[in-house]
Design a protein around this ligand. Structure first.
Ligand code: C5P
Length: 245
């Protein structure tokens, strides 16, 4: 079962409940490198319940009216770490680790604004945390079980971004290209690319790389198995101790 009922288990301080074993896999890489597609492939190959993809894009900060107007002109930096609410992200990840239901913001790329709506998530076993800066914040790094960096040809990244942003994010071709050379590319060089130094795995060719996906999936299963063995051992220890009371 997912959660043991309180009656069965003596409440002791060192007991770690199943949701405290939640695993988080960070997936960083350039915009348009295929982070989301890779995450979807991992979810499908893992084929386990309670696996979710959490996008760091959900944690973009809301902009002032002035900043918002600049963003609509593609004259605002939405790539540097300051544009993301890492405090809120860390708070939400810790909530989930503690087994709490938590509300995740919904972000509108059309409006460059957080919406009033949120989406509620509860007790996942595996979180795939994807975003250009998934391996940036030291507090997030502390929570990760695996660190992945997706690599792709920059021309491929830009091409994908033009198509996606025009189709799905309400942008113009000229606007996407302007923003790319003004902010996306220089910030990639400054903050995104250096994350490869601390990655456990660098995946070339993203979701096309079936071998890398299989290795990531196998390793994830191994991590889950080890946690479950540790968890059962703790339960057994508690069972023995409970006779002392
Ligand atoms: O999905 P992807 O990783 O491409 O999302 C990150 C990109 O979204 C960043 O490179 C940033 O320039 C862009 N972005 C944007 N408009 C926003 C927020 C982010 O174009 N309002």
């Amino acid at each position: 079962g997912k959660a043991a009922s309180a009656g069965e288990i003596p409440q002791k301080a060192h007991y770690s409940p199943p949701w405290a074993d939640m695993s988080i896999i960070g997936i960083a890489g350039s915009s348009g490198s295929g982070k989301t597609s890779l995450a979807v492939e991992i979810v499908q190959s893992l084929n386990l319940p309670w696996v979710i993809i959490l996008s760091i894009d959900s944690f973009y900060k809301s902009l002032t009216p002035g900043q918002n107007a600049m963003a609509h002109r593609n004259e605002y930096d939405l790539d540097s770490p300051e544009s993301i609410d890492f405090d809120l992200l860390v708070e939400k990840l810790i909530d989930l680790k503690q087994g709490k239901r938590t509300d995740i913001p919904i972000y509108s790329f059309q409006q460059h604004q957080r919406l009033d709506k949120t989406v509620s998530i509860y007790s996942p076993h595996v979180v795939l945390l994807e975003g250009i800066l998934a391996l940036h914040d030291p507090r997030v790094l502390d929570l990760l079980d695996m660190k992945i960096f997706v690599e792709a040809d920059p021309d491929v990244c830009l091409s994908r971004r033009i198509v996606r942003d025009v189709r799905e994010r309400g942008r113009t071709i000229e606007g996407v290209i302007k923003q790319w050379f003004r902010y996306v590319k220089p910030v990639f060089q400054k903050y995104v690319d250096p994350q490869r130094e601390i990655a456990d795995v660098i995946v070339p060719r993203g979701m096309q790389n079936k071998m890398a996906i299989q290795m990531i999936v196998n390793q994830t299963r191994q991590i889950l198995k080890e946690k479950s063995i540790r968890h059962n051992a703790e339960l057994e220890k508690l069972g023995q101790h409970s006779e002392d009371y």
